[in-house]
Ligand binder design. Structure first.
Ligand SMILES: [Zn+2]
Length: 324
């Protein structure tokens, strides 16, 4: 993790634009709607707080798959003068017996009467993006710690090779312009770049320009199929290869719902596109039905999405009603 000040990429955290060219595409409506999760909590006497904090540090914090770092661990109950402490997520420990066993190590039988274990507390899984919401959620659910907008960290963690981005977008743009000049109806191009970079590169044209093609032969679908065939041939050599895991995909046009969902299923890492498709696109919040397929909380997998906002790479014109 690189410090913000040392990041070689120039990032505008307000607008989400990297190097004045790449606009981050995320669904902030989802980010600012709390996703609540169940946690185990315990009500204790203030004198026991040190024991519990130690237990959390040694037995829970390191192993919990859900980071609860955005939560204050302790809340004071003014009426009873007791403390309520968040132990861990129910995702980490499901069974009451298991958690009671861990607590037994801290208390003697006699002392145990003094604590009350609860399993119904709901807290936000992630911190929101503004301080105002942070205060609001703290009042409504559980006290949160404000460490700044969590999206700043996401932007800061992007590892982007700008030269590769320029090269691939340029390649796609040149081919798209050539296809448009040749009178093709679907001058839509995409480039798949595998984790091994040059070796795993596939440049694909939209299949619908060819006679005898299927209506679903969008460039992304052709690309996924091409990589699948490649994988099948190399399966003996590399059994670890899995779908399009960690591929970066460069597109001349914002993908439609079918293609953007196929990219979720294929487990790509990142999508960078040039032209927005306002009616049929499925990534930007202002495209189509605003579904934001890459960053939708109803889906269990996500990918990074960025749009190139410079004028350097023109693309062949496509009717706005066409699904790309
Ligand atoms: Zn499509």
């Amino acid at each position: 993790m690189v410090k913000k000040a040392n990041n070689p990429l120039k990032i505008d955290y307000q607008t989400g634009i990297i190097e004045n060219r790449l606009l981050q595409i995320r669904n902030f409506k989802d980010v600012n709607t709390p996703k609540l999760i169940n946690v185990w909590s315990i009500e204790i006497e203030p004198r026991d707080s040190r024991k519990v904090i130690e237990l959390i540090r040694n037995d829970f914090q390191k192993y919990d798959p859900i980071s609860l770092k955005h939560l204050k661990r302790i809340r004071k109950n003014v009426q009873t003068s007791t403390l309520e402490v968040v132990l861990c997520s129910k995702e980490y420990i499901h069974e009451r017996d298991e958690i009671v066993n861990k607590l037994k190590n801290c208390w003697t039988e006699a002392e145990k009467a003094g604590f009350q274990l609860k399993d119904e507390l709901e807290v936000p899984e992630f911190a929101p993006s503004t301080k105002e919401l942070n205060n609001m959620w703290s009042m409504k659910y559980w006290p949160l710690i404000w460490n700044g907008n969590p999206n700043d960290q996401i932007l800061n963690d992007y590892k982007i090779n700008m030269q590769e981005v320029r090269d691939e977008l340029s390649r796609a743009s040149v081919l798209s312009a050539k296809m448009a000049a040749a009178g093709q109806q679907y001058p839509i191009v995409c480039v798949f770049v595998g984790p091994s970079r040059q070796k795993g590169r596939v440049l694909v044209e939209d299949g619908r320009n060819c006679e005898g093609s299927l209506p679903i032969d969008h460039s992304v679908m052709v690309g996924i199929r091409t990589i699948g065939e490649r994988l099948r041939k190399c399966a003996e050599k590399d059994a670890t290869a899995y779908l399009c895991l960690d591929y970066d995909v460069y597109l001349t046009h914002e993908p439609c719902s079918m293609c953007s969902m196929a990219l979720v299923h294929s487990r790509v890492r990142r999508v960078i596109f040039l032209a927005q498709m306002q009616r049929t696109g499925c990534l930007k919040v202002t495209s189509g039905d605003g579904y934001c397929m890459n960053d939708n909380k109803q889906l269990n997998s996500k990918y990074e999405a960025l749009q190139w906002v410079g004028e350097e790479y023109p693309v062949g014109a496509v009717d706005q009603d066409v699904c790309c």
